[in-house]
Design a protein around this ligand. Structure first.
Ligand code: ZN
Length: 310
């Protein structure tokens, strides 16, 4: 069994409009844009990262905004809900803020003993704020959002699955422990995690498969401390029969990917080297950073990208 997973590292989704996406995550949700770079396979598309001050593992929501991309259709075989942790008693603040800003899909409920506010991102992204009394992670403080309401990072994610059995087995192998079950949702928790510790599996046997598009999660990444641990995780997964990619350098972390039985693309990413690798922490995300091989084409690349601020 794998013992080195520390919770979530990041969640990567797709969007239809870079400026709108940037405004929503930095202004409405008050996260810090910790990096603006490009899709390493397609430099005509941004890769935007939003998180806490340093972009710590377990706080980072990332987006590929493909201009005018069709909206995805939610369904099974995907991450149906990305969940952020907020302080206890803060949901009223968020509900008022979201109502004033016209955020869609607002719905409150309770799950696993916690109050939740579900809402949609600009492309119908399935998002939720979950109250927690004991999340000690320091928040990024943005204009208009008080410390006692600010997002601490991810709480976790909820997967929408046709059948949960194979994913339950995989999460167990990755070191997650099965916790309660509420209705059709089974909770898994990683011990010694970074705060983004829960995965909820929703069994939806009658729901059609998702069609990926804007607002869909592209993949979900789990954190390991370093490259050595990552190689051990890779070997353990491959010994169990998973087809895992070689280690890929993503500039701010190293990544391996594999497709899971439920259809969701998993990544295992290192906590090193981090987002301050190529710019000071005080100025993270302010300017466009390009991987070395694209630097010679900076003018062209930049001219093709919509400016993030109007
Ligand atoms: Zn990733």
């Amino acid at each position: 069994m794998i013992k080195d997973i520390r919770g979530l590292h990041h969640v990567t989704s797709m969007a239809s409009d870079a400026r709108q996406n940037n405004r929503f995550f930095t202004d409405t949700l008050g996260l810090r844009r910790v990096k603006q770079t490009v899709n390493l396979d397609d430099p005509s598309v941004y890769h935007l990262y939003y998180g806490n001050e340093n972009g710590s593992a377990g706080t980072v929501m990332t987006y590929f905004p493909f201009p005018n991309m069709m909206l995805g259709r939610p369904g099974v075989g995907e991450v149906g809900e990305t969940q952020f942790s907020v302080p206890k008693g803060s949901l009223k603040f968020w509900q008022d803020r979201f109502t004033a800003q016209g955020v869609g899909g607002l719905e409150t409920d309770t799950a696993f003993g916690a109050n939740r506010l579900c809402f949609m991102g600009p492309d119908g992204d399935g998002l939720a704020l979950i109250e927690s009394a004991d999340d000690n992670r320091a928040p990024w403080l943005a204009d208009g959002i008080p410390d006692d309401a600010a997002i601490r990072g991810f709480a976790g994610a909820r997967f929408s699955l046709h059948d949960t059995a194979a994913t339950e087995e995989l999460l167990g192998f990755m070191g997650y422990q099965r916790a309660e079950k509420e209705g059709d949702v089974t909770r898994f928790i990683i011990p010694n995690g970074n705060g983004a510790d829960t995965i909820d599996l929703a069994a939806l046997p009658k729901t059609p498969f998702a069609r990926q598009g804007a607002g869909s999660v592209h993949h979900i990444a789990f954190a390991v401390d370093n490259r050595e641990k990552q190689l051990e995780v890779r070997k353990a997964l491959m010994d169990t029969g998973y087809q895992v990619t070689p280690v890929i350098d993503r500039d701010y972390f190293w990544a391996i990917y594999f497709r899971t039985p439920g259809g969701i693309l998993f990544e295992v990413a290192t906590n090193e080297p981090g987002f301050n690798r190529d710019e000071d922490t005080a100025h993270l995300g302010e300017t466009l950073k390009l991987p070395g091989r694209y630097e010679a084409f900076r003018d062209q690349i930049q001219a093709n990208l919509e400016p993030l601020a109007a």
